[in-house]
Design a protein around this ligand. Structure first.
Ligand code: SAM
Length: 289
């Protein structure tokens, strides 16, 4: 069976009386070498377990099963579960749960896997829900080794941007708190069926085992980042005064300057280390220290 072959994909879909569900972001990969590259990037450790989100008809799943010890998949579309039984039946190291990743209890689902060794995430993500899925994985606090995801190129450019670049935004800074993102390869839209409107990029995030940043108040750090980018055209002091609503513009300007920045700096110039130092200084000022 070649799950990247357009004719075979259509035959399988017909056999199970299914059509591609656009609302679930069902764009299946048709390029075998891309599938193999993504699977290869997921982890350096073949003894890992891989969590796959949205296996579809198994296009990426088989390559993950060939390479890693175990693959646990979450697929929201009930209609695809019997398809996976057909396409993935020979792989004893594959299991799928029919569940929405946003509702899944990942800690329980992966409890054994974490007890046994390394766990990474690898997925060709449904584009309608890319950022919420990524945030759920990051905020879960689960010790994933890597998160390798195929996403819209435009979103990938944001995740991998450097401070000061136009693509740099709140999600870039937040992601940098958890790990290091790198772009692995870009995949043209015509390598999917049906073809999406935009090209895609595979991004690998290597999560920190021990985070180098230790903010005094994590929640305030994220609020500070969000406020800094909410009104991009404003100076950082104006954006924080409006977005945080806790200190005056003058107080915030003093804090920004005390952190070594110009008074009129904009948020997009600050990297994650700068944001941690800034939110610590804001926290101290709020507590009157
Ligand atoms: N892995 C296949 C591939 O690479 O060709 C399919 C990828 S397709 C872009 C996204 C898959 O995610 C679809 O199978 C879709 O049904 C599934 N999906 C969409 N929303 C989901 C959710 N909230 N939870 C789990 N799976 C979801």
């Amino acid at each position: 069976m070649n799950l990247c072959d357009l004719r075979e994909i259509k035959q399988i879909m017909n056999m199970f009386h299914l059509s591609f569900r656009k609302e679930l972001g069902q764009n299946f990969l048709t390029d075998r070498s891309v599938v193999e590259d993504i699977a290869y990037s997921a982890s350096d450790d073949r003894e890992s377990t891989v969590l796959e989100i949205g296996p579809g008809i198994g296009t990426l799943s088989w390559a993950l099963c060939e390479r890693y010890r175990r693959v646990v998949a979450l697929e929201i579309d009930r209609g695809l579960i019997p398809v996976l039984g057909f396409t993935m039946g020979e792989y004893r190291n594959f299991s799928v749960v029919n569940e929405d990743v946003m509702k899944a209890d990942l800690a329980t689902l992966l409890q054994d896997a974490f007890a046994e060794g390394k766990v990474s995430v690898c997925a060709n993500l449904p584009y309608y829900i890319t950022t919420p899925i990524l945030m759920k994985l990051l905020e879960s606090g689960l010790p994933f080794e890597n998160i390798t995801i195929m996403i819209q190129k435009e979103v990938a450019d944001r995740l991998c941007a450097r401070a000061g670049k136009s693509e740099y935004g709140a999600i870039t800074a937040v992601l940098a708190y958890y790990g290091v993102a790198e772009s692995i390869l870009t995949v043209p839209a015509d390598r999917f069926v049906p073809a999406p409107k935009v090209d895609s990029t595979v991004v690998r995030i290597r999560l920190y085992k021990e985070r180098p940043y230790k903010p005094r108040n994590e929640e305030l750090l994220f609020r500070t980042i969000r406020a800094a980018f909410e009104q991009r055209r404003k100076t950082l002091s104006n954006a924080l005064a409006a977005g945080l609503g806790v200190l005056s513009k003058e107080q915030l300007t003093d804090i920004i300057v005390s952190c070594g920045h110009r008074a009129d700096i904009r948020g997009e110039r600050l990297d994650i280390a700068d944001f941690v130092a800034l939110s610590d200084a804001i926290d101290r000022a709020m507590r009157g220290e």
